[in-house]
Design a protein around this ligand. Structure first.
Ligand SMILES: [Zn+2]
Length: 256
């Protein structure tokens, strides 16, 4: 179609493909109308990423990111059992589990976020997801190197100061990047106006803001070092679960 033909053609009627956040079924209503229930001005048929293909991808990548987070909880579980005296080699098993599961979690979150960034979620969101995914991997690698050097060197006062700075800055960078990741993923829910059941709607923002408290917890020796990462993994898995729920709900609505 040429530009002139496009100008003379009657305006195309664009219809909404998703419900309203108030619960009213807006499907089939014309963009520009208002929701009869809550008065929301229908501004788009739905986000550009609400296609069957993109939603399938979002759902599978959300699981890819979420499952290793939950698997990481095996580490504190093994340690807790060991502390109860049921397993002598608990520390060794926990360390091996951590050495396998942590890199796996880093890798899967990187892959999942990189993949989600290929969906039509907008250049800014895609960039945020990619930058945050890379930043957290770098933070963990630097953190691991700092731990190895710290364990193998005679700690002078300068090294101790540097170590203290690293141990507070590295988690901050990793937590901040995950905060931005969850914020970006959460915006998919608000943009879609897809209706989610209570826990999927309420818990993700709570999980995101709790990352700040989790950072403080990570600075407290022993108790914080134990519980901080547990809560961190849970918070991330809650955020990823919401993406899966949004994709599933939107897909159901589209396919109906
Ligand atoms: Zn409404």
């Amino acid at each position: 179609m040429t530009e002139q033909e496009a100008d003379s053609a009657p305006p195309r009627v664009v219809r909404r493909i998703l419900p309203c956040s108030c619960g009213f079924d807006l499907r089939g209503r014309v963009v520009g109308e208002r929701c009869p229930e809550c008065g929301w001005l229908i501004d788009a048929p739905g986000p550009a990423w609400c296609t069957a293909k993109s939603l399938l991808l979002l759902r599978s990548k959300a699981s890819l990111a979420r499952v290793p987070c939950l698997a990481l909880l095996a580490v504190p579980a093994v340690l807790a059992l060991g502390l109860l005296g049921r397993e002598d080699r608990a520390w060794f098993v926990a360390l091996v589990l951590f050495a396998v599961l942590m890199p796996l979690q880093l890798l899967t979150q990187l892959l999942a976020m990189w993949s989600i960034a290929t969906v039509e979620i907008g250049a800014r969101r895609a960039r945020t997801l990619r930058v945050c995914a890379v930043v957290r991997v770098v933070a963990f690698i630097v953190g691991a190197i700092a731990v190895v050097i710290g364990l193998n060197s005679e700690a002078g006062p300068a090294a101790a100061t540097l170590g203290a700075v690293l141990y507070s800055v590295i988690p901050l960078v990793a937590i901040a990047s995950d905060f931005m990741t969850l914020r970006t993923l959460g915006s998919l829910h608000s943009e879609s106006r897809v209706l989610l059941s209570g826990s999927y709607a309420v818990l993700p923002p709570v999980a995101r803001w709790s990352l700040i408290a989790i950072y403080v917890l990570l600075l407290i020796p022993f108790v914080g070092w134990f519980f901080g990462p547990i809560l961190w993994a849970v918070a991330m898995s809650i955020g990823f679960a919401q993406v899966g729920a949004v994709a599933e709900e939107a897909r159901k609505t589209l396919l109906e």
